[in-house]
Design a protein around this ligand. Structure first.
Ligand SMILES: Nc1ncnc2c1ncn2[C@@H]1O[C@H](COP(=O)(O)OP(=O)(O)OP(=O)(O)O)[C@@H](O)[C@H]1O
Ligand SMILES: [Mg+2]
Length: 255
């Protein structure tokens, strides 16, 4: 369940306001196998169960306060993207709930919400609308979005002809111009070339200085350690560490 936070949950002026609260969230997926008729008959004869579920997230509790940049690290398949998608509302938890204050925007997957048969320009409008901008707001920011992406001469080309880096550049540019209260970033910095990565990091720092709240997923542990005020380590769908960035990275590297 997602809902706006009610004022009574406000911790008061002493602590920054809670922007995200994840309470006891679990997410189950079914393990779907492709079965031949022979396997099906065989397992029926042996009375073995074929379909099974597993927990991608298990009893996850997480609070993110205004102005924090929280890193989310863990090995492949540990549940990082699932947790971000649950926060963004793309996925609904099976148990528990997510409470949010304000508008969430994020790059959950590079170019999610981009349509291959539309031009870069058309996709900026489509994606901007998905991320909650009005047509007027996109018109106003279009020049900045384009300039940031540096793909000017290709803006009217269908995005199916874009390289993965060009795709990322445009997607990132749209996302950082949406002005969200909570910014979710999932492993995007690794696709761009070095100059663009640097530019993205600078932009993220600007957002930090402007007091924006961020949750950033990445396998680039050294970069995250410097960027984040706090890092959460996920292992097999469970939070195993939440705190000092250096300790978090050491915890993951030791496992
Ligand atoms: N829609 C889905 N249906 C079934 N299983 C899923 C689905 N989405 C994710 N999973 C499974 O949930 C587990 C966690 O996946 P998730 O994408 O959250 O991992 P991750 O930590 O982001 O990994 P990576 O570092 O590779 O990006 C994986 O085992 C994955 O196969
Ligand atoms: Mg992922």
């Amino acid at each position: 369940m997602r809902a706006d936070m009610t004022p009574p949950s406000d911790p008061g002026p002493a602590a920054a306001r809670e922007m995200v609260r994840v309470e006891h969230v679990s997410k189950r997926f079914s393990l779907r196998h492709d079965h031949s008729l022979k396997q099906l008959v065989f397992s029926a004869l042996q009375r073995k169960k074929l379909a099974d579920t597993f927990m991608a997230l298990e009893d996850v509790d997480l609070t993110v306060r205004a102005g924090e940049t929280v890193g989310l690290i863990g090995f492949n398949g540990s549940g990082k993207s699932t947790l971000l998608k649950t926060i963004s509302g793309v996925l609904f938890p099976d148990d528990g709930r997510v409470l949010l204050r304000g508008k969430v925007a994020g790059l959950i997957e590079v170019g999610a919400g981009f349509h291959p048969d539309l031009s870069g320009r058309e996709n900026v409008y489509l994606n901007g609308a998905i991320l909650g901008m009005t047509r007027e707001q996109i018109d106003e920011r279009f020049a900045d979005i384009l300039a940031f992406s540096e793909i000017e001469e290709f803006i009217d080309t269908d995005v199916k002809y874009y390289s993965s880096g060009m795709f990322l550049r445009l997607a990132f540019s749209v996302a950082v111009h949406t002005d969200p209260d909570i910014f979710l970033v999932d492993e995007i910095l690794s696709v761009g070339d070095e100059p663009f990565q640097r530019k993205c990091l600078e932009r993220i720092r600007e957002l930090q200085e402007a007091g924006r709240t961020m949750v950033v997923v990445s396998h680039e542990l050294d970069m995250l350690e410097h960027l984040c005020s706090r890092i959460v380590v996920l292992r097999k769908g469970r939070i195993v560490f939440d705190g000092d960035p250096g300790e978090a990275v050491a915890t993951l590297r030791a496992s």
